[in-house]
Write a protein that binds this ligand. Structure first.
Ligand SMILES: Nc1ncnc2c1ncn2[C@@H]1O[C@H](COP(=O)(O)OP(=O)(O)OP(=O)(O)O)[C@@H](O)[C@H]1O
Length: 356
């Protein structure tokens, strides 16, 4: 596979205390993060938290109420600057794909290449068709392609003019789960092969983790944390991040010494780097994979409901204290609702927050 000479690539996208809103009311507040050359970033958060609004502001479709957006050292958006979207060299891929139905696949991909010499445009289309695995489809029309194939064409079309940055708004949400699972790593590989900087919007954490180098977690218009998927999962900085990612629950606990807490599920040990003091009341983060079904444990709970997940069950268990936690158990251990099971907690690193 040959690569055409690349044009000037993005060094840094910087969002500096960006506020965006409608009718003067901010729905994105003081958002800051940086995306570096060749990185894939992701805005992840629940519906209505402001992800698309922020993406639209980066694309130039919304005027900022406050803050700055910079590409390299150039301010492209601020309350007094709004560089025209066409001059930002930013490509976009949307959930609804929106290919031109009356154009062939090759014509769709060539759509943004009208300024290119004919030969170079044809070579670019040929290269991209090969890159997205659709060589031989050039003369077909969009309606004759599957949803996944159409989304590959949409990606090729957005990448064709070699934008500095690619913005992707829920690009996989119209596709079924199986197709999504195949397409997400493929698209990541394509972006990485092209060294394309990209920013994805999604509310699906598995998609975010599979695709992105860096994830920004948003809630109610604010970015709570930006970090690698590993940092976000293992070192959540706010309660929201802790509970939003990976079904986190909190156990009431009391610090009982260096690297140890007492809880409803006994004494739990693990690295503790938050500087909490002895006897301090805390909420300890536990996830379903931290709590194991353990017949030998003296700590028991009552199964309130259960969900079959193939290789394992997810049990919802009420502890003696009344607190509800979730735990995984092998699907060979099939317990009934109302039954008591023993539980033990296994944590390497204690993530906790001072009790409010
Ligand atoms: N054109 C608009 N005019 C007024 N309010 C809007 C407009 N577009 C979005 N909003 C509001 O701004 C808030 C953020 O919306 P936004 O679409 O950015 O969220 P989101 O996180 O992308 O949500 P989803 O995942 O559901 O697409 C919501 O309360 C929404 O109702």
């Amino acid at each position: 596979m040959t690569s055409l000479p690349s044009q000037k690539q993005l060094k840094d996208l910087t969002l500096d205390h960006v506020s965006v809103g409608y009718d003067g009311v901010a729905v994105v507040k003081q958002a800051s993060f940086q995306l570096h050359e060749g990185q894939i970033g992701c805005l992840l958060g629940p519906s209505g938290c402001g992800k698309s609004t922020l993406l639209r502001a980066i694309a130039g479709f919304e005027v900022l109420l406050a803050g700055e957006i910079r590409v390299d050292d150039e301010v492209i958006s601020s309350p007094s600057v709004n560089l025209n979207p066409e001059h930002r060299h930013i490509g976009m891929v949307f959930q609804d794909i929106a290919l031109f139905p009356h154009l062939t696949i090759a014509q769709n991909i060539a759509f943004g290449l009208t300024q290119w010499p004919k030969d170079a445009a044809q070579e670019r289309v040929r290269y991209l068709l090969e890159l997205v695995g659709l060589s031989g489809f050039e003369a077909r029309y969009p309606h004759s392609l599957s949803g996944g194939q159409q989304q590959r064409v949409a990606l090729a079309r957005a990448m064709a003019p070699k934008p500095k940055l690619l913005l992707m708004d829920e690009p996989f949400s119209g596709l079924d789960a199986k197709l999504r699972e195949e397409l997400v790593p493929d698209i990541r590989d394509i972006l990485k092969h092209e060294k394309m900087s990209a920013l994805l919007v999604t509310h699906d954490q598995m998609e975010a983790f599979a695709m992105a180098d860096q994830v920004s977690i948003m809630s109610k218009g604010e970015i709570h944390q930006t970090g690698s998927p590993y940092e976000i999962y293992h070192c959540p900085e706010t309660r929201f991040v802790a509970s939003f990612i990976g079904h986190g629950d909190f156990l009431a606990a009391t610090v009982c010494g260096a690297n140890c807490v007492h809880s409803d599920l006994g004494t739990i040990r693990g690295d503790l780097d938050h500087g909490f003091e002895g006897n301090q009341q805390v909420d300890l983060l536990v996830r379903p994979d931290d709590i194991l079904h353990d017949d030998d444990s003296e700590f028991v709970g009552t199964i309130e409901s259960k969900f079959f997940r193939g290789s394992h069950f997810l049990y919802r268990v009420r502890l003696v204290s009344g607190k509800v936690v979730y735990c995984f158990a092998s699907s060979h251990h099939n317990h009934g609702i109302g039954q008591e099971i023993g539980l033990s907690v296994h944590l390497d690193h204690l993530v906790m927050f001072a009790r409010e």
